[in-house]
Design a protein around this ligand. Structure first.
Ligand code: KMT
Ligand code: NI
Length: 184
């Protein structure tokens, strides 16, 4: 089950959980209201090779996800592992949604709360599907188990290009803030 919390300000290892002391959890309804991030649960098998097709198909159909592939993020399976991880953890936006379903392993997506610019850390474990809206500042890191396998979805031909911060004038960013009712 996905969980989320405000991050502490420590610059210790990105793979640690970075919970505040005391903890500042973010409920999923609150996460959606504040950031526009959506969350679904898709039951997956123990080995991550099969999942609830019916539930997933409905989401695919409702949201127009015509493209799907799989990423396996581990030192031995991902070409240019170190470099890719560095890019994943560099704060950026995309001009489209970023959709991921964790089927094995775990990891953290960090998103900026648009009013305060605080980081909210979202933990993905098997069965967790998240949809980051276009234009949200975010980044990704493995946790200290160093492994995740995830399905990626896209509407049409995929474009994975990150647009690094600052991207405040980018149309996707401007739209995102308009949708969130943030005054700029
Ligand atoms: C991305 O674009 O940041 C990623 O694909 C991260 C890994 S997906 C769990
Ligand atoms: Ni991204």
């Amino acid at each position: 089950m996905v969980s989320a919390w405000y991050m502490d300000k420590s610059d210790a290892d990105q793979r640690e959980d970075h919970r505040c002391n005391p903890d500042r959890p973010v409920r999923l309804e609150e996460l959606e209201k504040k950031t526009g991030v959506l969350y679904f649960t898709i039951p997956v098998s123990e080995d991550g090779s099969s999942y609830d097709e019916e539930k997933l198909n409905k989401i695919r159909k409702d949201r127009g996800y015509s493209y799907q592939d799989e990423v396996d993020i581990a030192r031995d399976t991902l070409p240019n592992y170190e470099e890719k991880l560095k890019h994943f953890f560099t704060e950026h936006i995309h001009s489209d949604e970023e959709i991921r379903l964790c089927v094995k392993g775990s990891g953290y997506f960090d998103v900026r709360e648009p009013n305060t610019d605080d980081w909210i850390r979202i933990q993905l474990v098997p069965g967790d599907m998240i949809i980051l809206p276009a234009g949200i500042y975010h980044r990704f890191t493995l946790d200290n188990k160093n492994y995740i396998k995830a399905l990626r979805f896209f509407v049409g031909e995929p474009v994975w290009t990150p647009i690094n911060r600052p991207a405040d004038e980018h149309p996707a960013r401007v739209d995102y803030l308009k949708n969130r009712n943030v005054k700029v």
